[in-house]
Ligand binder design. Structure first.
Ligand code: AGP
Length: 616
């Protein structure tokens, strides 16, 4: 996905736009570019690589002063990360500049049409066709940029957020969205457009979420929103609940480090206000009636990446507490496997960004099949909650680092709240049983804090292991998705082979990977829980040690049985079996972040990745 910013107002547009891009660089950083309109001239500067490269270019080849501008950071889809493919893209007459997030699926036929009409295209991108189409349409609609955008959007298929300016229309920025995020920042004598409120929250917290197939015309003192046919559109105004400082590093070296240390607060904020003094849950905000919840006969979780791992953790608790069958599906696979989904299925779409296209398309499919969809999301006003029947927001605050950390823990907490609420409504759990779990959940922020106090040994271990070629992770029960998440963190941050296994699966093949010195990180369940789980994982640890593995054992305080088979022992506070992921995951996050740091890699913006993947 890409980062998009538009501005019209009284300030110097370039500064506003570049600052906004910096706050959204996590959305994509293959190239960056800006365009401003000044004295009926359109000026653009764009550069492959990170935003810093563009800023260097702007230093040596400055733009004129202007109070209207647009900017873009790119995660390449069509065409490599080159200067020519960087946005903005400009029409042949040099008057229209366009930036885009998404994929225009019919761009090939549009390119052919333009070429046949004598237009010379200068990039490999799908986006460029929009600049030329707008230039061609404008004279036919009285140079009305918003109307030209509507005409062009009606010809496009795929997912797109588009923002455009025109040199001869110096006080208007026009945007359009289909299946890709675009939010308006409402200021005083100034207005903003962005993919994410982080781009303008330093200027205003008043926001307006745009809906599907809408076009917005922005002037410094007016905002006009229509559908693609020009009819006035309903929009949803809201106030952003966090401030710009929350999106800054706050003294940490990296956003990821900050967000790891914010986890105790993120968990407590996600619990806040959802359980009363008697331990009863109140989730009316979900807009699912008690009848809805009594009538479900299956839960299907759809998600990607880390969110998928949160779903895998949730499955154990949800089935244990509610006795409702729960399937967990990779969103990108779900709708293509002809799943059995109906009106008694509750589909839970877990997404930090609320914009992941794989998850969005899966939830649309589920709704077409008659299922109710509950979104668990960390981004207010994003597409996935807007297209769901219900939403339970995690309150992790903005998660800027591409590698997800606090969102993961809060997704687990949110799914636990939903599971407990279903058990409460359906009567599977007595009030005192639910109270006991809620008390344990309320203890977790403090336990996470304790883990964060002992990160030095994990960081030292990462330094010691920074040249290993591969790390394996094993776990049982809820420790298995934790192993998967630990492996994903190491892959995406340290660019190394890492693989998570269900510990019981090792003997069915993967154990052949072992040889002297291979690090195996073992997540050990509480001995006081299902004792058989503990016994089995201790056997698995002995199996891997017998084959030369270097065992890094994550075990709770006082577990001396597992400790005796540890080459490196990482202690975590005791926690109930189902809640252990909330503490066991933290050392793995710290390990991966420290490994990336030891290898001199970019922790917040790992190569090839983007914070939210808004293409399928
Ligand atoms: C996690 O570290 C990754 N950045 C990625 O797997 C992410 O969890 C996945 O793309 C889903 O994103 P979402 O939660 O915003 O839908």
């Amino acid at each position: 996905m890409c980062g998009i910013v538009g501005y019209v107002g009284e300030k110097q547009a370039l500064q506003v736009v570049v600052d906004g891009l910096r706050r959204m660089e996590y959305r994509g950083y293959d190239s960056a570019g800006v365009a401003v309109v000044c004295d009926d001239e359109l000026e653009t500067r764009k550069k492959a690589g990170k935003l810093a490269n563009l800023e260097t270019l702007l230093g040596s080849d400055p733009l004129p002063q202007s109070t209207i501008g647009i900017g873009h950071t790119r995660w390449a889809t069509h065409g490599g990360p080159t200067d020519a493919n960087a946005h903005p893209h400009v029409s042949e007459d040099g008057k229209v500049a366009v930036i885009h997030n998404g994929i225009i699926e019919n761009f090939a036929e549009l390119r052919s049409e333009l070429t046949a009409n004598g237009v010379t295209l200068s990039s490999e991108t799908d986006t460029e066709v929009v600049a030329h189409l707008l230039a061609a349409v404008l004279p036919t609609v009285g140079m009305d940029l918003a109307e030209a955008m509507r005409v062009v959007c009606r010809r496009l298929s795929g997912a797109f957020t588009l923002v455009a300016v025109h040199s001869d229309i110096p006080d208007v920025v026009v945007g359009a969205r289909r299946n890709s995020p675009l939010v308006v920042g409402r200021g005083d004598g100034e207005n903003f457009l962005a993919s994410d409120v982080a781009a303008f929250v330093a200027h205003t917290r008043q926001a307006t979420e745009l809906g599907q197939d809408q076009v917005v015309e922005l002037r410094r003192d007016s905002i006009t929103v229509t559908d693609f046919d020009g009819r006035p559109a309903e929009v949803n105004d809201y106030e952003v609940t966090w401030d710009a400082s929350a999106a800054e590093k706050g003294g940490y070296e990296t956003f990821m480090a900050k967000e790891i240390y914010e986890q105790p607060k993120a968990v407590s904020d996600t619990l806040l206000g959802r359980v009363d003094a008697n331990g009863r849950l109140h989730l009316d905000e979900m807009r699912l009636t008690e009848n809805d919840l009594r009538s479900i006969d299956k839960v299907v979780v759809i998600a990607c990446g880390t969110a998928y791992h949160a779903g895998l953790v949730a499955k154990y608790a949800l089935e244990h507490w509610t006795r409702v069958p729960c399937e967990v599906e990779l969103a990108s696979e779900f709708r293509y496997r002809d799943p059995v989904v109906g009106h008694r299925t509750l589909v839970v779409a877990i997404s930090q960004s609320g914009e992941t296209m794989d998850t969005l398309m899966a939830l649309r499919y589920a709704r077409e099949q008659g299922a109710k969809v509950l979104a668990i999301c960390n981004t207010q006003g994003s597409t996935i909650p807007r297209e769901s029947d219900a939403v339970l927001y995690t309150h992790a605050g903005p998660e800027v680092a591409v590698a997800s950390t606090k969102a993961f823990l809060t997704q687990i907490v949110a799914t636990y709240l939903v599971a407990l609420y279903v058990a409460q409504v359906r009567g599977n759990k007595f009030g005192d049983e639910i109270q006991a779990v809620v008390r344990d959940l309320n203890d977790m922020p403090q336990k996470i804090d304790l883990v964060l106090d002992t990160t030095e040994e994990v960081k030292a271990l990462a330094q010691e292991l920074k040249d290993v070629k591969s790390v394996l992770f094993i776990g049982r029960h809820v420790g298995y998705p934790v192993a998967l998440e630990g492996a994903l963190k190491l892959k995406e941050l340290a660019y190394m082979h890492a693989e998570g296994f269900a510990a019981g699966e090792l003997k069915h093949g993967p154990i052949a990977l072992l040889e002297d010195g291979v690090p195996v990180i073992c997540i050990v369940p509480p001995p006081s829980g299902r004792s058989i789980l503990h016994e089995k994982i201790v056997s698995n640890i002995q199996e891997v040690r017998a084959r030369g593995a270097r065992t890094i054992v994550i075990a709770e305080e006082g577990d001396d049985v597992a400790a005796q088979y540890a080459d490196h022992l990482v202690r975590i506070p005791a926690a109930p079996t189902l809640l252990q992921p909330l503490v066991a995951t933290v050392p793995l996050q710290v390990f991966a972040e420290a490994m990336a740091t030891a290898k001199g890699l970019d922790v917040d913006q790992p190569r090839n990745l983007a914070k939210s993947v808004t293409v399928e």
